[in-house]
Design a binder for this molecule. Structure first.
Ligand SMILES: C[S@@+](CC[C@H](N)C(=O)[O-])C[C@H]1O[C@@H](n2cnc3c(N)ncnc32)[C@H](O)[C@@H]1O
Length: 432
């Protein structure tokens, strides 16, 4: 199924595009960001683009609930394209959309596809029956669980109760977090948001990001509250030479530049650096941008380095519910090896006594605590700076022997936060 050229008002184009995104994630193991990056939504109007993305994300977030709700009405499973249409329709109906509009649009979409046209009667009948259910029937559906390949290691690391709590946070649409270029309290007041204890501004039900006050002027940028902590731990000072080693799309670069540091922002991906440059342009902040492989960059003498290494991104499932469907953990071993190489290389670029903040948006200790343990074992002159982690809003219980562990179930009553691991390492003065 390919996205529509047109953008009709009846939601057909947006739903068709959403189904394409869902099919790529569930059948093609492609992340929504990859499918969107390949141009899947380009022909849609901006509102339809936003709607398609929201529908796909929300369907994937609630997919196990949709399957449960649909099960009593299906004698056998239809092909994936039809199943996904039923899932999308079920999620919309469960969330309170008028069933007739949803059914009409999906039946039209089914009738246009060669693989799906013979199922339009089934889609019509099943979704109409679902629409006749009382809303209480959906409220009882259990919280979606992580797939076993990820749940197993997470339970081993954090325990069943904690993983249940993370899954409960994953099931809800997350709030929008912003980092202010200036005073966060003033920004929170201006936008009617909440000022979080760590200094981020949180909005609920914010709608279109680019329509919010101050977007064009670059007064803030979108950044999860947990992600914003890493640059705060680095605590860049005005005039310091700071290297952001895996920088794009640049949320942390902007924080470092706003602190007045002399920032070099490096990334392997030219496409992602394009977004970083846009972000610098919009906010009027400055950084030297370098496209290179971090492992080949050989400029030395940095006061501080931020290494936000490529990782499994398992801490971001609350914002990216496609990840458990598009991934199976097969490439995580290679990422863990790359992270260790990057730590070792970054240490050679630091000036003696300089600091390295290593972080990953992962919930797997192999990409966090274990990396630090092993780096300390490899480098006799390396020390952990635990004091650097005690930033405003950081609770003492979040700091472990190797670093700061942030989890989706922290601040659950406020909407949670992304999973992150953050450590501050200091290179001994005698090296080099
Ligand atoms: C977690 S993301 C960085 C997010 C970024 N720090 C931010 O706050 O917006 C990891 C980045 O590492 C980059 N990357 C992956 N392998 C790399 C390499 N060998 N050298 C440099 N960058 C690399 C990816 O392109 C990706 O942008």
């Amino acid at each position: 199924m390919t996205p529509d050229r047109t953008a009709p008002e009846d939601g057909i184009a947006a739903r068709r595009a959403a189904l394409h995104l869902i099919e790529q994630a569930t059948g093609g193991q492609r992340l929504l960001s990859e499918t969107i990056g390949a141009g899947a939504l380009e022909r849609l109007s901006p509102p339809d683009r936003a709607r398609a993305q929201r529908l796909a994300t929300q369907t994937l977030r609630q997919l196990p609930r949709a399957d449960r709700a649909l099960k009593p009405f299906l004698v056998k499973q239809p092909p994936l394209a039809v199943r996904n249409a039923l899932r999308l329709g079920a999620v919309e109906i469960m969330e309170g959309a008028a069933a007739h509009g949803v059914v009409n649009a999906l039946v039209q979409i089914m009738s246009k596809g060669k693989r799906t046209q013979s199922y339009k009667g089934l889609v019509n009948a099943v979704l109409r029956k679902l629409g006749d259910q009382p809303p209480e029937a959906f409220a009882k559906l259990p919280v979606p669980k992580l797939p076993n390949w990820l749940r197993g290691p997470m339970v081993e690391a954090w325990g069943r109760k904690a993983v249940d709590a993370m899954e409960a946070v994953h099931a809800a649409a997350p709030p929008l977090d912003l980092t202010a270029k200036g005073d966060p309290a003033a920004l929170a007041e201006r936008l009617g948001g909440a000022l979080l204890p760590t200094g981020s501004v949180r909005l609920t039900g914010a709608g279109q990001v680019s329509a919010l006050p101050g977007f064009e002027a670059g007064d803030w940028w979108v950044q999860d509250a947990a992600a914003a902590v890493a640059a705060r731990v680095l605590d860049a000072q005005p005039g310091e030479r700071v290297l952001d080693l895996c920088a794009a799309p640049g949320g942390k670069t902007l924080q470092l530049a706003a602190a007045g540091a002399e920032v070099t922002a490096l990334d392997l991906s030219e496409t992602r650096l394009g977004r970083l440059r846009e972000n610098l342009g919009r906010t009027g902040l400055a950084a030297r941008v370098v496209q290179a492989d971090a492992l080949e960059f050989d400029e030395t003498g940095f006061d501080a380095i931020l290494l936000d290494a490529p990782c499994s991104a398992t801490g971001t499932i609350r914002r990216h519910p496609d990840l458990p469907y598009a991934k199976d953990g097969a490439e995580f071993g290679a990422l863990i090896g790359l992270q260790a190489e990057m730590i070792d290389h970054a240490l050679t670029l630091l000036k003696p006594g300089g600091r390295l903040v290593f972080c990953t948006c992962s919930l797997l200790p192999d990409e966090g605590e274990v990396q630090v343990e092993e780096a300390l074992a490899r480098h006799g002159d390396l020390t952990l700076d635990t004091g650097a982690l005690a930033r405003p809003g950081i609770e003492a219980g979040w700091i472990g022997p190797e670093g700061l562990r942030l989890r989706p179930d922290y601040w659950a009553d406020r909407g949670g936060m992304d999973g992150f691991f953050i450590a501050c390492l200091r290179r001994g003065p005698e090296r080099g």
